[in-house]
Design a protein. Structure first.
Length: 387
């Protein structure tokens, strides 16, 4: 049976860029947070971007879920459908994950001059690979793989039961918080962030929007009637940024006396509002006449997975070569320069790989060509949602 086609969404690429900027904000401000005086104004700035940017992983999971359900929900569930689904994930997600896990494992061993016997290194690498711990950012791919394994079952349940479709958002929140409480009281998994249950509210939120996309977009575009609701969502996001940033400021300055559950609540609710605001914003952006901005965002969105994978290498390399001066101006200027160089170096490497390196999917997954496009083909190009 031929799959049901749905409209290509540039909005997904715009949203990926915003999530990626959150990732870069967190990782590029970590040194500034550690090295700045907690009583200084610069510490407040670093702390703000370091905490407000912690939307990257949950928003990427939200977007991944949205695209999957937007693409696959209208289709008939067949063995061949899921066979193609897992083939794509194996080639374009798992293979790059293994390659970069090995790369960062060896890179860390080189930096620390920590060379063990070959069997010992292989054993340690396999342990890191199995838990997404080869580098601090690869847990996101590890979590995504867990969702891919569950996807056929969850998709079936969404198609089979209207109750699950209709109440996906509250169900996702209940599942996630049930896991949080049970893990805190009984299970006590130390790397909770590497367990998919920690992100179910974002996964089910994306699934809900993927299923009811046309109705939700019609609601968003009727802004004259629903602007109070949108304003409430934006105000909720602003308030949760303030709460989350303030909590972490108090933690980092030794003033926090609250319970850890407040930290969990602030993080998850802040990121949940961020996903909603981003989803609404990108659909308004698509209607605005900003062709250059949208073209830039489509390009960055198309290479966002590769940039996510490679950027810690540039970030670490630049920090190893930071100026030794203790002057605040030089220190803060280097932090900003590091962010800019990391961003554009990551983009350039991924773009050049896609355009000029054969089998670039091995390193960065599925990508498109810009500079080295093949000559005209008799077959017309088709735009598809990148899933």
């Amino acid at each position: 049976m031929k799959p049901l086609a749905r409209k290509h969404l540039d909005e997904v690429q715009y949203a990926r860029v915003l999530a990626l900027l959150g990732v870069f904000a967190v990782h590029s401000t970590s040194t500034g947070v550690v090295e700045s005086n907690p009583e200084s104004f610069t510490f407040i700035i670093y702390n703000f971007f370091n905490i407000a940017g912690k939307i990257g992983t949950p928003v990427f999971i939200f977007l991944s879920s949205f695209v999957l359900f937007y693409t696959y929900y209208p289709r008939q569930l067949t063995f061949s459908l899921f066979q193609r689904f897992y083939k794509k994930r194996l080639l374009y997600i798992l293979v790059p994950y293994v390659v970069f896990s090995a790369f960062y494992f060896l890179f860390r061993a080189y930096l620390g001059q920590n060379f063990e016997t070959f069997p010992a290194m292989v054993k340690r690498f396999l342990i890191d690979l199995s838990a997404g711990n080869a580098q601090y950012h690869l847990y996101f791919v590890f979590v995504s793989v867990q969702f891919y394994l569950m996807f056929p079952i969850i998709l079936y349940l969404f198609k089979r039961f209207e109750f699950i479709r209709k109440y996906a958002i509250p169900l996702g929140i209940i599942i996630q918080w049930t896991w949080v409480v049970l893990n805190s009281l009984y299970i006590q998994v130390p790397s909770k962030g590497s367990v998919s249950l920690s992100y179910f509210m974002f996964y089910f939120f994306g699934a809900f929007l993927g299923v009811y996309y046309e109705q939700v977009v019609a609601w968003i575009r009727n802004w004259r009637k629903i602007w109070p609701a949108i304003a409430a969502i934006v105000l909720g996001y602003v308030f949760m940024i303030y709460l989350y940033v303030t909590i972490y400021y108090d933690i980092r300055t030794g003033q926090w006396t609250g319970h850890n559950k407040w930290v969990e609540f602030a993080w998850s609710t802040h990121a949940f509002f961020a996903a909603a605001v981003i989803f609404i914003f990108v659909h308004y952006l698509e209607t605005w006449n900003f062709p250059r901005i949208k073209k830039f965002m489509i390009e960055i969105g198309a290479v966002s997975f590769g940039m996510y994978l490679i950027h810690p290498f540039f970030l670490t390399s630049l920090r190893l070569n930071a100026p030794l001066s203790g002057e605040p101006l030089i220190f803060h200027s280097w932090q900003l320069l590091t962010l800019i160089l990391t961003f554009f170096s990551s983009w350039l490497v991924v773009r050049l790989f896609y355009d000029f390196v054969p089998h670039s999917w091995i390193f960065f997954g599925n990508g498109n060509r810009v500079f080295n496009k093949p000559k005209k083909s008799k077959v017309k190009d088709k735009k598809e949602v990148n899933v």
